[in-house]
Design a protein around this ligand. Structure first.
Ligand code: PMP
Length: 335
């Protein structure tokens, strides 16, 4: 986290709004109840709250210290088959890191010219170790329809298909409703984005009882207590405050649509986003120079030095005031 005064920080896809006020209250109560004891290793209350929210059973939920930890355990548990793991050529950078950590080969399946995932190109690799993808994808923000995901899990019934829905609450369709029909589907969520709890470190996976039991076994071999009692209590409060959740998601979505219009008016191409960020480029301005110019104006956005996307900027949707500061700074740079 950089220390620049009055920084407009639109580079890490955090929620611009604080978490539900009920989160702080629940954490204070949990602290008073006694930190001398170990936390519940099963996170029973949290799994029950998540299960109730998604209308599934607690045995279909695995929780971890941020979704990054959930992803790491899933890679360890499901993708070490000796054949390559499939992922989009443009996607969340940590997938590659976990694959390398566990010695899993990777086959990168190209997105189409509109930066969309093409499910049939994945299904062609019948001997793959599995599939990991983000939906909406990161850093593009482009969403894949649920029908495509269901087709993919049907086409690869012997392999785990991991769908990382870190940003799904900002406008895509969740695949959690498909887990009862498809035992090979694992859906991963985080409370860091739509629940404004990046600092608390809570993520979860939803899947068949078999997949969840496997994740439990891996987790218990690393650390039986990945979620402390404060995190468990705060996360339950966040999940249960449905009205607050809806309100912040709607505010972010409204800002995203307004920002997309403003950036389009500045001559930028904006990929259709179902997330809390926009992936944008300008035909006549180099993305790295724009990112540097914005930084000089105390606005941080994300630029990736990576093939296919190095002329894009990923801009997190902020509050209306933060978005206005970004648009003003960009207007100066583009003139
Ligand atoms: N998946 C995706 C696609 C992400 O962008 C992020 C956040 N950088 C994560 C997972 C991890 O989020 P967390 O560990 O905060 O739950």
């Amino acid at each position: 986290q950089p220390r620049i005064p009055n920084l407009v920080k639109l580079n890490t896809n955090e929620n611009p709004y604080p978490p539900s006020p009920k989160v702080g209250q629940a954490i204070a109560r949990a602290a008073e109840a006694g930190l001398q004891k170990y936390p519940d290793p099963e996170s029973t209350a949290l799994r029950a709250a998540i299960a109730a929210h998604h209308q599934i059973a607690p045995e279909q939920i695995f929780v971890g210290n941020g979704s990054d930890e959930v992803l790491a355990h899933a890679f360890f548990a499901f993708f070490q088959h000796g054949t390559p793991l499939l992922m989009p050529d443009v996607t969340y950078s940590f997938y590659e890191v976990y694959a390398r950590l566990y010695g899993i080969d990777v086959t990168r399946v190209p997105l189409d010219a509109q930066y969309r995932i093409r499910v049939d190109d994945f299904a062609r690799h019948a001997d793959a170790a599995g599939v990991v993808m983000a939906n909406p994808n990161a850093p593009t923000g482009v969403a894949l329809p649920l029908d495509d995901i269901e087709r993919l899990v049907r086409l690869l019934p012997q392999r785990v298909v991991l769908v990382d829905e870190a940003y799904v609450d900002f406008g895509a369709e969740s695949a959690i409703g498909l887990i009862d029909r498809h035992p090979n589907l694992l859906v991963v969520h985080t409370l860091s984005k739509s629940r404004s709890l990046a600092g608390l470190r809570v993520g979860f996976a939803a899947g068949s009882r078999g997949l969840i039991a496997a994740l439990e076994r891996v987790k218990n071999s690393f650390n039986s207590y990945p979620l402390d009692s404060l995190a468990q209590a705060g996360a339950v409060a966040a999940i249960e405050d449905h009205a607050y959740f809806q309100q912040t998601c709607q505010a972010v979505i409204a800002s995203r649509e307004a920002l997309a219009r403003d950036l389009t008016a500045l001559g930028m191409e904006v990929l259709p986003s179902a997330a809390n960020f926009l992936f944008v480029r300008h035909a006549a301005h180099d993305a790295a120079s724009l990112a540097a110019g914005l930084r000089e104006r105390a606005v941080l956005v994300r630029h990736f030095r990576q093939p296919r996307v190095n002329q894009f900027l990923r801009i997190t949707v902020g509050t209306p005031v933060q978005c206005a500061a970004l648009v003003q700074a960009l207007r100066e740079l583009l003139q």
